[in-house]
Design a protein. Structure first.
Length: 135
């Protein structure tokens, strides 16, 4: 009986040691600050937030590309704007904005739709192209 009690006590101590008592170490607070933002995928070099924006950008670009291709087959011509794709139900309105929610700039150049995402350089204050894609 005493042996069984001793084993139960040792087992309880081992389990308690693995689970912990719920108290935080002082160093634990350091890891919580920006944990998502600072988590880096070592294969790509992107943080989780950067990877999210990259995935959104790729989704926007692919969706626009698909809409342009479908539009070109149906009416048999290239679209003149993204709004034309939205009006013809080939593209959702959410793809009129870039991954940061800013409106995309569009122009027709040499028969192709050129779509640009613009950003403001924090140091110079000038607008510059974040990304550009021709369709």
């Amino acid at each position: 009986m005493m042996k069984l009690l001793a084993i139960a006590l040792v087992l309880a101590l081992v389990i308690a040691g693995q689970i912990g008592c719920g108290k935080k170490d002082k160093d634990d607070d350091k890891d919580e600050k920006g944990a998502i933002e600072s988590t880096i995928d070592h294969a790509t070099g992107y943080t989780a937030v950067q990877a999210k924006f990259k995935a959104e950008r790729q989704t926007i670009q692919i969706s626009i590309g698909n809409a342009v291709n479908y539009f070109a087959v149906d009416p048999g011509r290239r679209p003149n704007s993204l709004q034309e794709l939205v009006d013809a139900d080939y593209l959702s309105e959410k793809y009129l904005n870039d991954e940061y929610g800013k409106p995309l700039e569009v122009e027709v150049r040499d028969g192709q739709l050129v779509v640009r995402s613009m950003r403001v350089d924090k140091q110079t204050g000038r607008r510059e192209v974040s990304w550009s894609k021709s369709y």
